[in-house]
Design a protein around this ligand. Structure first.
Ligand SMILES: Nc1ncnc2c1ncn2[C@@H]1O[C@H](COP(=O)(O)OP(=O)(O)OP(=O)(O)O)[C@@H](O)[C@H]1O
Ligand SMILES: [Mg+2]
Length: 338
């Protein structure tokens, strides 16, 4: 049985803007086991990036982690000093960002940046760092890596830049890789190559991955566990099979309906989920999805449902699943009604 590597517990992260507190992540809990790939899906603004930036402790003012624990290898990283955290960021947890052009410096060569990253995190000579840089570029499938080292980011294609970013993120041999939409800026063929690469590297290096994406197809392909976020909270969590073959939350149903199905041909239109995401400045009292949910009942507008345990490791935050309610909750509701 694999060990638990990361445990996010009741994480709350807010942005304190001049118009008020934006509750971007509002009580999120999940685990990542060693060697596991966990997908986080959900529409724009649901809190996926803020969750990952919180794990990296890279939330900058006006943002702040307001509450919760992030236990990594048994230690709460929210309690570490900035220096200790830098150590973790470089050696244990790495992140790949969405747009490689903003993360690579255009005025330095790829070799320069890669060697620098390797030297910061490993006590090695320049020659050793260069050797490792070549190995890393080879590992991520860049041809003639020695020659490529002396080139600048603009001399690489988008897909290749993303490969360099992956090489940089992996150069410290992390236990956990967080990939925030690593392929959205790329065309589909390159996307598939990068994802194959991630899958291969994960097996080779035995790391855990948190993969953030809009794309359910990608999730089905490389994740074992899926977390569905909506309006700053987790609405459903389960294995890939749970989410694709036995989804329990109407928002997940909506997401699955909006996936294009090739066998139906292009004439079949996508079914978008009608309506707007919730205003995180004033999160609704009840379920944040209720105003857009075709199954909404009165209770949905009045009380936020708990994450019901609807199967082994399968959780859904919907009152439709009330038959899974724990006894003490049913008793509380009964008492309130008497
Ligand atoms: N610096 C900031 N100031 C104020 N609000 C912010 C800031 N950064 C993020 N937010 C808010 O936090 C919420 C969650 O944002 P987040 O970036 O996590 O969304 P996401 O799920 O990653 O979306 P996308 O799929 O578009 O990347 C959004 O409502 C966003 O407006
Ligand atoms: Mg994002």
């Amino acid at each position: 049985m694999a060990e638990k590597l990361l445990e996010v517990k009741n994480l709350k992260t807010s942005f304190f803007t001049h118009v008020g507190e934006v509750k971007a992540v509002n009580d999120v809990s999940f685990d990542v086991y060693e060697g596991q790939t966990v997908g986080i899906v959900g529409e724009s603004g649901s809190g996926k990036s803020v969750t990952s930036m919180s794990i990296m402790r890279l939330i900058a003012p006006p943002g702040k982690i307001v509450d919760g624990q992030i236990i990594f290898e048994g230690k709460d990283i929210l309690k570490l000093s900035e220096k200790e955290m830098r150590d973790i960021r470089g050696n244990k947890i790495s992140m790949i960002f969405q747009d490689p052009m903003t993360s690579l410096n255009p005025v330095f060569t790829i070799g320069n940046q890669l060697i620098e990253a390797i030297k910061i995190h490993n006590k090695v000579s320049k020659a050793q760092a260069k050797k490792r840089a070549v190995e890393m570029l080879k590992l991520v499938g860049i041809p003639s890596p020695e020659r490529r080292l002396s080139q600048y980011p603009h001399e690489f294609s988008g897909g290749m830049r993303q490969r360099v970013m992956i090489a940089m993120a992996l150069s410290c041999n992390p236990k956990l890789l967080i990939a925030d939409e690593p392929t959205t800026a790329l065309d589909v063929t390159i996307q598939a190559q990068i994802l194959d690469l991630l899958k291969k590297l994960q097996q080779q290096l035995k790391m855990s991955i948190i993969l953030i994406t809009h794309d359910l197809g990608v999730v089905a392909d490389i994740c074992q566990k899926v977390i569905v976020m909506y309006g700053g909270i987790i609405v459903e969590e389960g294995t890939v099979d749970d989410i694709f073959y036995n989804p329990k939350h109407p928002y997940t149903w909506g997401l699955l309906r909006s996936v294009p199905k090739m066998h139906l041909g292009l004439k079949k239109r996508l079914v978008p989920i009608e309506g707007q995401p919730p205003d995180l400045l004033k999160p609704p009292k009840g379920c944040p999805f209720a105003p857009r949910c075709e199954y909404a009942m009165r209770v949905c507008l009045e009380a936020r449902p708990p994450l019901f345990e609807v199967g082994d490791g399968h959780r859904s935050r919907c009152w439709l699943n009330h038959q899974y309610a724990p006894q003490e909750l049913l008793e509380k509701v009964k008492a309130a009604n008497e």
